[in-house]
Design a protein around this ligand. Structure first.
Ligand code: PEP
Ligand code: MN
Length: 266
């Protein structure tokens, strides 16, 4: 179902929004931005307003966080989704958040795009369950997954009847330590050849450092990505998760306006 051979035309993922549907794919470029994790009402509403004003069409915010250490902040859970919902109400922006287990899905009713994180790309039971949903799913590439394995995971979702799948390249594990992960730019044109699904790039988790996010974003756009998902925090140095790679709203605004000549943001 994901194979372009049997479905030559690009899939457009449709996200319902107050001001009119947001389209992702087939030449419709979408900027998604927001904090790694929802931390407070003030934080999420402030970041939402700022990234929305800068051209982001969808608001991200993690509530269930897959942290390496069990002692690290695990996310606000249901309360985080509640606050994200308030920011949605306030700004009219659709929201995306990561689900880590199928038992959490009932809490995602008001979430517009379900994110399956890198660490769950091959959680097949979770993939089957989001395949039963009738809303868009953003499927991140696994930490050490091949493009073929990634497409098979998309296939799991589509096999359940959900064809609203967005792929997201977020960098892979290599021997290189200068970046958090290695952004696989060639994955974009390769996916474009193999599948009709929209391809997004997450330069934040690939880079791991703020100043690299702009050049990686430009490279992603040049390579044909259908959008970007970028971490933005009102005060990165105080962030409870991924502050080291988070942009300030001002930095995000600058990157978004630099990209504007190349894409139709508004
Ligand atoms: C995230 O988006 O905050 C995240 C945990 O991403 P990934 O699954 O790509 O590591
Ligand atoms: Mn993060």
């Amino acid at each position: 179902k994901a194979n372009r051979k049997f479905h030559p035309q690009d899939t457009v993922v449709t996200v319902p929004a107050k001001g009119g549907d947001i389209l992702i794919g087939a030449g419709h470029f979408t900027l998604i931005a927001g904090p790694c994790s929802v931390e407070s009402e003030r934080q999420i509403t402030e970041v939402a307003r700022r990234v929305g004003a800068a051209g982001a069409k969808v608001l991200r915010g993690g509530a269930f966080k897959p942290r390496t250490s069990p002692y690290a902040f695990q996310g606000m859970g249901a309360d985080g989704l509640q606050l994200l919902g308030m920011a949605k109400q306030d700004t009219g922006m659709p929201i995306i958040s990561e689900v880590m287990d199928k038992s959490q899905l009932p809490l995602f009713e008001n979430v517009d795009i379900i994110q399956v994180g890198a660490r769950n790309m091959q959680n097949f039971e979770l993939l089957k369950e989001v395949g039963r949903q009738r809303k868009p799913v953003l499927l991140k590439r696994g930490l050490s997954s091949t493009i073929e394995e990634w497409l098979m995971s998309a296939e799991y979702i589509m096999a359940g009847g959900n064809d609203q799948v967005i792929l997201c390249e977020r960098g892979i594990r290599t021997f290189e330590t200068a970046t958090r992960n290695t952004l696989d730019i060639s994955a974009i044109p390769i996916l474009k050849q193999k599948t009709h699904l929209p391809v997004l790039v997450d330069p934040s988790h690939a880079a791991g450092i703020p100043w690299l996010i702009e050049p990686l974003s430009r490279a992603a756009v040049a390579a044909g990505a259908d959008g970007l998902i970028i971490e933005v925090h009102d005060c990165p140095e105080k962030a409870l998760c991924d502050g080291a790679q988070s942009l300030t709203p001002d930095q995000f605004e600058q990157i978004a306006s630099g990209l504007r000549p190349f894409i139709s943001l508004m």
